[in-house]
Design a protein around this ligand. Structure first.
Ligand code: SF4
Length: 213
C-alpha cells in the first residue's frame, strides 16, 4: 500500500524528458521544507492505494508508457521499490524525482533518477547526501539545482566544479518569480557552463498554481 497525493497524466515539464506525455504518481510525505515548495499539498494525504490499484489506474492512460514517481519525497516509503519492479515488468519507463537527502543505494538501474541538490535559497542546503553522487549515472541520470538568485547560481556552479560533474546531465532551474530567465541565460552563457537551463513547461502552459498538470 502506498500513500498517494495524486495520479495524473500531463506533459512532462522538466528534465531532458520535458515535452513528452507522462504519467505522474505523486507520493505523499516529505522530510524537507523548502522555502519555495510548490507542492505543499503533498505533505499529507488520506489516499492509500495498493500496487495493483496504481497499475490499473495508470493503464487508463495507455499508450503512454513514461511514468514519473515524484512527491513529496518518494523514497520515504519503502513500498516504492516494489512499484519500481512492477512498472518495469509492465513495460513502463520510470523517472524518479527525489530530493537528494535519502540514499539512492537501492534504486534499480532501470530507473532514471532526477536528483535535487538543494541550494542555500531553499533553506535546506545541508540536506544533500554526498554519498548519493556514487549512485548517479553520468549517462542516464540527472542532477537538478533549483535556483532562487545569483548566490544560488554561483553555489551550484561551484558544486558542479568541486565534484567534477561537468559531463553529467545538469539541470539549472530558476524558481519562477525569483529569477528572470534572461538573467539565468546570461550567467550560463557568460560562464560557458555545460548545463541545461530549464523552465517549468507545465507552468508556462497552464496556470502556475494549477494542480494535476
Ligand atoms: S523536497 Fe520537494 S516536496 Fe519536499 S519541501 Fe522541498 S520542494 Fe517541497
Amino acid at each position: 500500500m502506498l500513500n498517494i497525493t495524486e495520479v495524473f497524466c500531463s506533459i512532462q515539464g522538466e528534465s531532458t524528458y520535458a515535452g513528452l506525455p507522462c504519467i505522474f504518481i505523486r507520493l505523499a510525505g516529505c522530510n524537507l521544507r523548502c522555502n519555495y515548495c510548490d507542492t505543499t499539498y503533498s505533505y499529507e494525504s488520506d489516499i492509500n492505494l495498493s500496487h495493483a490499484e496504481i497499475i490499473t489506474k495508470i493503464k487508463d492512460y495507455e499508450p503512454v508508457k513514461l511514468v514519473e514517481i515524484t512527491g513529496g519525497e518518494p523514497l520515504l516509503q519503502n513500498e516504492v521499490y516494489e512499484l519500481f519492479e512492477l512498472l518495469n515488468e509492465n513495460g513502463y519507463s520510470t523517472l524518479l524525482e527525489t530530493n537528494g537527502s535519502i540514499s539512492l543505494n537501492n534504486v534499480p538501474d532501470y530507473v532514471v533518477k532526477i536528483v535535487d541538490v538543494k541550494c542555500p535559497g531553499s533553506g535546506e542546503e545541508k540536506s544533500f547526501l554526498l554519498e548519493n553522487l556514487e549512485y548517479i549515472h553520468q549517462e542516464k541520470d540527472e542532477i537538478k539545482f533549483v535556483l532562487t538568485d545569483n548566490f544560488d547560481y554561483n553555489w551550484a556552479k561551484d558544486f558542479v566544479f568541486k565534484y567534477k560533474l561537468n559531463d553529467y546531465k545538469i539541470l539549472f532551474s530558476p524558481v519562477s518569480d525569483k529569477i528572470d530567465p534572461k538573467d539565468l541565460a546570461k550567467w550560463i552563457l557568460d560562464d560557458k557552463l555545460n548545463v541545461r537551463m530549464q523552465l517549468q513547461l507545465h507552468k508556462i502552459i497552464w496556470d502556475k498554481d494549477k494542480r494535476g498538470v
